[in-house]
Design a protein around this ligand. Structure first.
Ligand SMILES: *[C@@H]1O[C@H](CO)[C@@H](O)[C@H](O)[C@H]1NC(C)=O
Ligand SMILES: *[C@@H]1O[C@H](CO)[C@@H](O)[C@H](O)[C@H]1NC(C)=O
Ligand SMILES: *[C@@H]1O[C@H](CO)[C@@H](O)[C@H](O)[C@H]1NC(C)=O
Length: 454
C-alpha cells in the first residue's frame, strides 16, 4: 500500500460515512469537522506566533578569543565597578579561596575593589585575613536589618510554617529561613545597598567558586563599551518545585503593564500545542509555570552566582517595580523563589537581546556545574611573562577561545547547552539545524566555530 493511499484512507472513510448518514447528521458532521479544522489551524498559528525571528547578525559575540597582555590591558582606565561577595564569618577559608583565585586569574593586574557583605557583624579575623587577600580596596559592610528578612506586612508565623512545610516536602534548599532571606535580598534590596551606590557595575562572587582561565582584559570595560547590561556564564534549568507560581507572576506583571511578548520573552516559553479552549483551561486550571494562555515556561535561567551586571538597570524603575510586584505576592517565602530565575525572567522581560552577554571565554566552576572553554590555538601568548607558567594549562583545542584555561576533564562544556541555546536564540543569527538540536549538539556559543560541539 502506498503512503498516499494510507493518508487518504480517513478521507475515503469520511466520504463513506457521510453517504450513510441522514442529511442532518451529515450536516452535524460537517460542522464538527470544520470546527476541528479551525482549532487545528489556530493552534498551528499560535505556536508559529512564538517563533523567534533571526536577527540580521549575531548580537552577542565573545569579548575575547585569546590571551591579551594583561599589563597593557590594565593600563586603560578602569570602570566604575566592584566585586561583591555576600558571605558569613564561618566561610572565611572558602571566601579566601575565591579571592585568591580571582586575584591570580584577573585582579592582580586590575585591582578592582571587593565589597564583602554579611547579614551579621563581621568577625575581626575574617576582616584581617580577607583584607590582606585583596589587591584592591576591601570593604566590609553589614546588611541593614530592614533589607534582610520578612517584608513588614508579612505574617511571619504563617511564613515560617510555609517554610517548614517546604522543608518537609524536601524542596531543594527550601527548609532554611535564611536561604529565603538571601534569595529575596539578592532579588531586590541588594541593589539598594548604600555601599554600592557609588558604583555602576558589579561582579558577583561566592565562597568556593573557581575561575579556570586567565582573564586578561577588563570585562567591565567591555560591558560598558558594548552597551551590555547583564553578563552570565552558565544557563540551566531551575528546579520547578521551588517556584511554581513565579513565571505566572512575572507574566501577569507583563500583561498588566502592557509589555509586549517580545522575542526575548518568547525565548522563555514553550508554546502549547493544545487548541485554544483547552489551552485557556490549562492556564485557568493551574498557575504553575504557565501563562494565562496556557503556555509553559521552559524553566531556563542563568546561574546568578556568577553575574557581571549594570547596577543602574537593576536599580531602575522597571526592574524595581517588577521586584515589588513579586515581593507583594509573597512567593519568596510561600515558595522558594531563587534570585537566579527572578533575574533571568526580568532581563528577558525588560531588555533587548543585544544587552545580554554570554561570557563564553570565562572558565567558571561552582559545584556541581562548570563552563570551561578550550584554549585558543596560537593565542596563549607564551612570551608574556605576566601570565606566568603555561605548563598547568589544558592543551590548545580547535575553535577554542580560552586563555590559559585548566579544564577539569579536558572537555569544554556548558550543561549540554539546552538552555544556553534557547536563551540565546533572539541574539543568534547562526543557529543549529534541527538535526543538531535533536541530537542535542549545540554550538558552544554564538559567533564561535560552528562545528565544535561539546
Ligand atoms: C586593609 O589593609 C590596609 C593596608 O594594610 C589598611 O590600610 C586598611 O585599613 C585595612 N582595611 C580594613 C577594613 O581593615
Ligand atoms: C559611578 O556610578 C554611579 C552610578 O551610576 C554614579 O552615581 C557615579 O557618579 C559614578 N562615579 C563615577 C566616578 O563615574
Ligand atoms: C609576544 O609575541 C607576540 C606574537 O607572538 C607579539 O605580538 C608580542 O609583542 C610579544 N610580546 C612580548 C612581551 O614579547
Amino acid at each position: 500500500m502506498g503512503l498516499a493511499t494510507i493518508a487518504l484512507r480517513p478521507l475515503v472513510f469520511l466520504g463513506q460515512l457521510r453517504r450513510r448518514l441522514s442529511r442532518r447528521a451529515a450536516l452535524r458532521l460537517n460542522v464538527v469537522l470544520a470546527v476541528t479544522f479551525a482549532l487545528f489551524l489556530e493552534s498551528i498559528l499560535h505556536v508559529r506566533s512564538h517563533t523567534i525571528p533571526r536577527p540580521p547578525r549575531d548580537l552577542d559575540e565573545p569579548f575575547s578569543t585569546q590571551c591579551h597582555d594583561p599589563v597593557l590591558a590594565a593600563a586603560s582606565p578602569r570602570e566604575n565597578a566592584t566585586f561583591v561577595m555576600l558571605t558569613r564569618n564561618s566561610e572565611m577559608d572558602k571566601a579566601r579561596s575565591t579571592i585568591e583565585n580571582i586575584e591570580r586569574q584577573f585582579n592582580q593586574w586590575f585591582h578592582y575593589p571587593v565589597l564583602f557583605l554579611n547579614n551579621e557583624p563581621w568577625d575581626p579575623e575574617f576582616v584581617r585575613v580577607l583584607n590582606a587577600s585583596v589587591s584592591g580596596l576591601a570593604t566590609f559592610e553589614v546588611v541593614d536589618k530592614e533589607d534582610w528578612g520578612y517584608p513588614a506586612w508579612m505574617d511571619v508565623d504563617d511564613a515560617k510554617a510555609k517554610i517548614a512545610a517546604q522543608g518537609s516536602e524536601g524542596i531543594y534548599k527550601a527548609g532554611a529561613e535564611s536561604y529565603h532571606h538571601m534569595c529575596r535580598f539578592y532579588s531586590g534590596n541588594f541593589y539598594a545597598v548604600k555601599a554600592l551606590k557609588n558604583y555602576r557595575w558589579y561582579w558577583r562572587l561566592e565562597p568556593t567558586v573557581e575561575f579556570m582561565c586567565a582573564i586578561t582584559y577588563d570585562p567591565f570595560a567591555e560591558m560598558a563599551r558594548r552597551g551590555k547590561a547583564y553578563g552570565y556564564t552558565v544557563a540551566l534549568w531551575e528546579v520547578p518545585e521551588t517556584c511554581p507560581s513565579l513565571f505566572r507572576a512575572v507574566d501577569d506583571f507583563r500583561v498588566e503593564n502592557n509589555i509586549p511578548a517580545a522575542p526575548m520573552w518568547r525565548a522563555m516559553i514553550i508554546p502549547s500545542w493544545a487548541p485554544w479552549p483547552i489551552r485557556r483551561l490549562k492556564g485557568l486550571w493551574s498557575k504553575d509555570h504557565r501563562t494565562r494562555d496556557g503556555d509553559r515556561w521552559n524553566y531556563c535561567h542563568y546561574w546568578s552566582n556568577f553575574e557581571i551586571a549594570d547596577l543602574d538597570f537593576f536599580r531602575g524603575d522597571s526592574y524595581q517595580e517588577l521586584f515589588q510586584h513579586l515581593d507583594r505576592s509573597g512567593g519568596f517565602y510561600s515558595e522558594r523563589w531563587g534570585d537566579a530565575p527572578v533575574h533571568a525572567l526580568a532581563v528577558h522581560l525588560l531588555l533587548p537581546p543585544e544587552k545580554l552577554h554570554h561570557f563564553a571565554d570565562i572558565g567558571y566552576y561552582h559545584e556541581p556545574f562548570f563552563q570551561c572553554p578550550g584554549n585558543a590555538p596560537g593565542g596563549q601568548l607564551l612570551n608574556v611573562t605576566a601570565l606566568g607558567d603555561n605548563a598547568q594549562s589544558s592543551p590548545e583545542s580547535p575553535g577554542g577561545i580560552g586563555c590559559r584555561c585548566q579544564c577539569p576533564d579536558e572537555r569544554r562544556r556548558n550543561n549540554r547547552g539546552v538552555c544556553l541555546n534557547a536563551l540565546q536564540t533572539p541574539a543568534a543569527f547562526h543557529r543549529p539545524g534541527w538535526w543538531r538540536r535533536w541530537r542535542q549538539f549545540y554550538p558552544y556559543t554564538i559567533g564561535m566555530e560552528r562545528n565544535v560541539v561539546f
